[in-house]
Design a protein around this ligand. Structure first.
Ligand SMILES: *Cc1c(COP(=O)(O)O)cnc(C)c1O
Length: 432
């Protein structure tokens, strides 16, 4: 194996920085929080990605979640090939859109009607507009550390002033807009109750990742999501589950199937496109019918329901719908988690792992990690060492502490064993 050579990636990164801000089209890709040069990927297959220098890595980034079947799955690739030959966009309705929407509704019964878009960001942005239009209210509640794409209203995080008015987390978000986004602490339903009390009749929706994956994986405390469901009903606000990661990941029917809670609206993305750009939002029929052309809330998209993307999504979901898929995925994830747990314990390095099925994060701290404030206590320097140690051993995990790892159906026992062995070596190196 030998030392990792990344000459070609370095060369491309220098060229990229001349024409693309920071050399990347999405910030986490730049390796800023772990240091070093981002890998430029040339190809991927099954559980592996290959970079432009020819290094082959076992991949747990999984394109940040979509590649649950593994890369270049033969059925997905064949479906895309077939679709491409028939033209790639018509700007008119197709049979595939009906099929994908029906598949989604079957898996997520709370999504009585579904609209397809091209990204999770677009889906979240549209769902928020719909919630505001339907309720006639402007304010929304989100949780610190939850990510719902980069639309203006969602780029509000708030630090210590979490219970007062929101503050733009990003320059470019007008203050006038940000003040309509209120933030609460995840797993703290009292913080949500206070917001409802102080903003009587003004809150359109509470939006939440039912299993957050964007501050690293965090688990909802027993009763927390139920409390949100009750409170939003009482206050006539909508409950929006952002299941862009958890949808079709933690169960076929996502976190809402796992916890038995029906939100009013659900946001999907990632897996439902089978690796192509797709997002979706849907929910109660009466709410969804407020959308144009039936209702007054405008939303549209030139490439929405794109035939190529929809075909890939259908192929992916059909494969996932097969018998025993999630059992198999769960067994792989259990095997890896148990192997890693023993090694972390033995290393003496303080770590805390949160996991739901095939998505997990190991935080470099003693834990527990239950929200944004506790996640932030992690030793990101130790994480960076762990990351580079694994990368040297051809294992690719997220280049940030505050992201999830994903096991796919393509990971073999051998891949998992190699990951466990590599972790043992790295931790010895780090602690020694
Ligand atoms: C990735 C993600 C989004 C945004 O989706 P994009 O397709 O990247 O725009 C929204 N919400 C959650 C929970 C996500 O993980």
């Amino acid at each position: 194996m030998g030392r990792l050579k990344t000459t070609q990636s370095e060369k491309l990164f220098r060229a990229a920085k001349n024409v693309i801000p920071g050399g990347v089209n999405s910030p986490v890709r730049a390796f800023r929080s772990v240091g070093g040069t981002p890998l430029f990927i040339a190809k991927a297959k099954g559980a592996t990605v290959t970079d432009v220098d020819g290094n082959v890595f076992i991949d747990y980034v999984s394109s940040w979640g979509p590649m649950i079947l593994g890369h270049a799955h033969p059925k997905v690739v064949a479906a895309i090939r077939r679709a491409a030959g028939k033209g790639t966009s018509y700007g008119a309705p197709t049979e595939g859109e009906v099929a994908l929407a029906s598949l989604i509704r079957k898996a997520f019964p709370s999504m009585e009607k579904v609209r397809l878009v091209s990204s999770g960001t677009e889906a979240a942005m549209s769902a928020i507009r719909l919630a505001r239009g339907f309720t006639g209210r402007d304010k929304i509640v989100k949780f610190e550390g939850c990510y719902h794409g980069h639309a203006d209203a969602m780029l509000v995080k708030a630090g210590s002033g979490a219970l007062t008015f929101g503050q733009p987390d990003s320059p470019g978000v007008p203050k006038d807009l940000a003040r309509h986004t209120l933030t609460a602490a995840f797993n703290d339903d009292a913080s949500v109750r206070r917001l409802f009390e102080r903003n009587k009749g003004q809150i359109a929706a509470v939006i939440v990742e039912p299993i957050p994956g964007n501050m690293g994986v965090v688990l909802p405390a027993p009763g927390f999501l139920d409390a949100l469901r009750k409170m939003t009903k009482q206050e006539r606000a909508l409950l929006i589950f952002d299941e862009v990661i958890s949808g079709f990941r933690v169960a076929f029917g996502g976190a809402q199937e796992l916890f038995g809670i029906d939100p009013d609206l659900t946001i999907l993305g990632k897996i439902i496109g089978g690796g192509l750009p797709v997002g979706a939002f849907g929910g109660r029929g009466d709410v969804m019918d407020a959308l144009s052309p039936v209702g007054p809330v405008y939303q549209a998209g030139t490439l929405s329901g794109n035939p190529l993307a929809v075909t890939a999504g259908i192929a992916c979901l059909n494969e996932l719908a097969g018998k025993g898929t999630y059992k198999k995925l769960g067994e792989k994830a259990d095997y890896l988690a148990e192997g890693l747990h023993g090694i972390f314990e033995a290393s003496g390095i303080p770590t805390w792992t949160n996991r739901v099925g095939s998505m997990w994060t190991t935080f470099f701290q003693k834990g527990p990690v239950v929200d944004y404030a506790t996640a932030k206590r992690s030793d990101t320097g130790a994480y960076a060492k762990y990351f580079h140690g694994l990368l040297d051993r051809r294992i690719y995990i997220a280049p940030s502490q505050f992201e999830a790892g994903f096991v796919s159906l393509a990971h073999t026992r051998r891949d998992l064993d190699r990951t466990i062995a590599a972790t043992r070596e790295v931790l010895l190196e780090v602690s020694g």
